[in-house]
Design a protein around this ligand. Sequence first.
Ligand code: FE2
Length: 292
Amino acid sequence: MKRWNVKYPNRFNLDSKEDYLKWRDEKLAAYPKDVGGLAVELGNMAAITPAERSKILETVERANMCVYTAGAAELEMSSLLALGKQLGVANTDKSSRHTQSDELTDSGILNRAIPFSTRHVNWHTDATYYGSDKTIQALFLLCKRPAVEGGSNKVLDNEVLYIHLRDKDPDALDILMNKNCFKYKNPATGEISEHLGGKVFWINTDGHLCHRFSFRKMDMAWSEDGDITAARKVLESLISDESEHVIEGRLESGMGLISNNVLHTREKLVDSDDAAKKRLLFRARFYDRVNA
Ligand SMILES: [Fe+2]
């Protein structure tokens, strides 16, 4: 393990360069080059061995995510939750949402919300709509059936995005880390919640970087303050430019993603007309994180 959190506790402090510069070089050197560098093979995701657990934690430390194979486990939600528990994450937001909303398939639920369709989903982290005090820090996926065609994901570690932003425009990063940049807007009613939303990047109590962002504006009312608008533009153009650190891969049946809610897309897909053969991924989101 690199133990960067202990070695460079000030790496996310904009007033301190020393930790940042050392960590930056180590982080970029250790960052996986492709999806193969993210892969961890498991014998049974519901009962992992100490060696498998170490490999997961080490990969998540390098990239804030890993891609795993389920092994002998059933491709069901229960296996995904069991995997989370073994990695110290168990606090899901399931009770607060639609019961089917963690089965990603072309069901058209939630007013045909985009995750439940075959359309392209632009860069985002999951669940931008919680308040700053309680946000989703981990996102896990497990693929039961892939699409007939397409449906891959692009992923980018939030910490790498932080590095790009800090190197390019530290003033913009400062604004995104310290100002309340947006409020949650109810997409059905347009009503704005004063207490939901907040910062775009922040540090949690354990010294880890948290991030949330979405190109979708239907549920995010961004502040119209000039400095926040300018910072948002810098961030959006960096994400759109898709640096060489963006990794793309498709989850096939029996594969999944463990992540600390990294930025991701979903490419558009062609699905089966047969309901029993439609693309189906299980999703779990947690208030806690891997490598806390
Ligand atoms: Fe997502």
